[in-house]
Design a protein around this ligand. Structure first.
Ligand code: HEC
Length: 348
């Protein structure tokens, strides 16, 4: 079996990927020359992928790139000036861009965005290259990074939750002299898994701005060979430790906590459940996407148990105006389905 070079996590980096286009504009389109762009219909956006060969096999990293197209992104082509023309349709199926068709183009402003240019596999982690130098103290702070890894099931049912999810601990960081590169040393590198790391605290040196798209998704078919960094070369500082020490000195105020039985989760608490189970690929709280908005579903006055049943066994005939039926999702754990159902019903 030929393994995928790069996995685009379902419902995160698209849901129905379309054309693949290599940037051969030699810089006219911005700092990502030679990289690969991949469109998506359902989420009406474009992702960016960079490949490398490790032990003779292609693998690499994927990032979010641009979203907000008016319809499903299907075809892409560069003109001679380095503009990316995008041919769009959702052929009546519904997509994040709400019109049935469109023709738009992306043009580079000439300003370099603060982004991760690429990520490479290292024997002890990853090397991240940026489009502009990073602020050293934010990049050396281990609390600026958060990681997890997962894989997907290969089975007959549509979609798969992220399986065998584990966190990745960042053990140390080394920032290059010029600030363009950061080596991160991690535990728990797992061949074939998607390694998802978010750089939520790394800032640009000149402006102090955060990274435009702070998360990378690296598909690690092979772990690169080479020299590992020694711990003495690494920064292992954590800003949270310093803050906690300060916080401890404050006098404690006692608060009574009233425990509620099965409280309905907030929008923020429900989000990871909707994301991990890929509901967000097709449903939005307020807006029609591929499927109806959760608010509209709430108006049907189902019981929580009925909603769980419909997740496991959808009834497309209940929604005749939606062209793509929802596939049965037996892989959603029951306790999670119940929490989602209670949250949906509370929206009415
Ligand atoms: C691939 C797209 C897709 C995904 C993924 C998806 N849905 Fe749906 N969903 C739809 C569509 C389309 C409809 C309306 C047509 C239908 O029921 O088939 C729908 C309908 C529903 C309904 C109403 C059922 C009814 O009969 O009234 C509920 C509840 C629902 N979805 C919940 C969820 C939840 C929760 C998730 C995540 C676990 C999810 N959906 C994932 C596309 C999707």
């Amino acid at each position: 079996m030929q393994l995928p070079a790069v996995v685009l996590p379902h419902g995160i980096l698209g849901i129905s990927n379309s054309e693949v286009k290599v940037d051969k504009t030699e810089g006219k389109f911005g700092p990502f020359s030679g990289q690969v762009f991949i469109g998506d219909m359902g989420q009406s956006k474009i992702m960016r992928v960079v490949l490398e060969k490790v032990k003779g096999e292609y693998q690499g990293v994927a990032f979010d790139f641009r979203s907000g197209f008016q319809s499903g992104v299907m075809r892409m082509d560069f003109d001679n000036n380095g503009n990316l023309f995008v041919g769009e349709t959702n052929r009546g199926w519904g997509s994040a861009g709400t019109t049935n068709s469109g023709l738009e183009f992306l043009t580079w402003t000439g300003r370099i965005p603060f982004e991760m240019k690429t990520v490479k596999s290292m024997p002890d982690g990853f090397e991240i290259e940026f489009t502009k130098p990073v602020d050293k103290s934010s990049a050396e702070d281990l609390d600026s990074y958060k990681g997890k890894s997962y894989i997907y099931k290969y089975h007959a049912a549509y979609g798969s939750p992220q399986a065998n999810l584990e966190t990745i601990k960042i053990k140390g960081v080394k920032v290059s002299e010029d600030g363009y590169k950061v080596r991160i040393v991690t535990d728990n590198l797992r061949p074939f898994y998607v390694h998802e790391i978010t750089l939520n605290g790394v800032k640009e040196k000149a402006s102090g701005q955060l990274i435009l798209h702070p998360t990378f998704y690296y598909t690690l078919n092979n772990i690169a060979e080479g020299d590992k960094l020694v711990l003495t070369e690494l920064s292992t500082k954590r800003s949270s430790k310093i803050k906690k020490k300060v916080a401890k000195k404050k006098p404690r105020t006692s608060k009574k906590v009233v425990a509620k039985k099965n409280p309905i989760l907030t929008d923020e608490q429900i989000q990871p459940l909707l994301t991990n189970n890929t509901c967000v690929a097709c449903h939005h709280k307020d807006k029609r996407l591929v499927g109806p908005s959760f608010k509209l579903i709430a108006k049907r006055n189902y019981t929580n148990e009925k909603i769980v049943e419909l997740i496991y066994n959808p009834q497309p005939k209940n929604w005749p105006e939606y062209a793509t039926p929802m596939a049965p999702m037996p892989q959603v754990p029951k306790d999670q389905a119940l929490k989602i159902a209670a949250w949906i019903n509370a929206l009415d």
